[in-house]
Design a binder for this molecule. Structure first.
Ligand SMILES: [Fe+2]
Ligand SMILES: [Fe+2]
Length: 181
């Protein structure tokens, strides 16, 4: 995708799919990394990418799409919220771990599997429903570009150390309130 601008925003789904591919590439890089420092840095980057991505979806796409989808299709939104909660739980555990910790690699592997499952559902089921709905995906995309810039800027001010990534960016309301928003 060419560089997105707010005057000509791509559909929100395209921006999000772009994020998905970037996270895929980071997991591949983790698999190829030989050194603990490199692995730790890649995991930090994965958690940052996923944290920003989850905020964009939960604040902008999921609430707007619930209003546009009907019946069983609304279940896709609820399931996405619940899957995000699982992913955040794994990320919060990982965020405080070092590569030398016994379960570090297992947490990365399970996070990757959960992300792959969630991404597949979004790309194969949820997003196609949105493309067939009345939701203005370019308008949501424009709002996403703004929020992403804010979140990325907030994250860039945090030191790249363990245990600092997810908690600082996830002080929001509990899942139930987000889902009902
Ligand atoms: Fe996503
Ligand atoms: Fe998601």
């Amino acid at each position: 995708m060419s560089t997105p601008t707010r005057s000509n925003p791509p559909p929100a789904t395209e921006l999000l799919i772009d994020d998905h591919r970037r996270v895929d590439a980071l997991f591949d890089a983790f698999d190829e990394a030989d050194h603990a420092d490199e692995q730790a840095e890649i995991v930090t980057r994965i958690c940052r990418e996923l944290t920003v991505h989850a905020e964009l979806e939960e604040k902008l796409l999921y609430p707007a799409s619930r209003d546009m989808l009907r019946g069983d299709d609304q279940d896709l939104v609820d399931e996405a919220f619940v899957e995000h909660a699982s992913l955040k739980g794994l990320m919060m555990r990982l965020d405080g771990m070092k590569p030398s910790d016994a379960l570090f690699k297992a947490y990365v592997t399970v996070l990757k599997e959960y992300v792959q499952h969630h991404v597949k559902e979004e790309e194969k089921e949820y997003f196609p429903k949105l493309r067939g709905s009345d939701l203005d995906l370019r308008a949501v995309g424009a709002r996403m570009l703004t929020l992403k810039q804010e979140l990325t800027s907030a994250l860039s001010k945090l030191p790249v150390t363990r245990g600092k990534v997810t908690a600082k960016l996830l002080p929001g309301p509990p899942l139930e309130q987000r889902a009902a928003a």
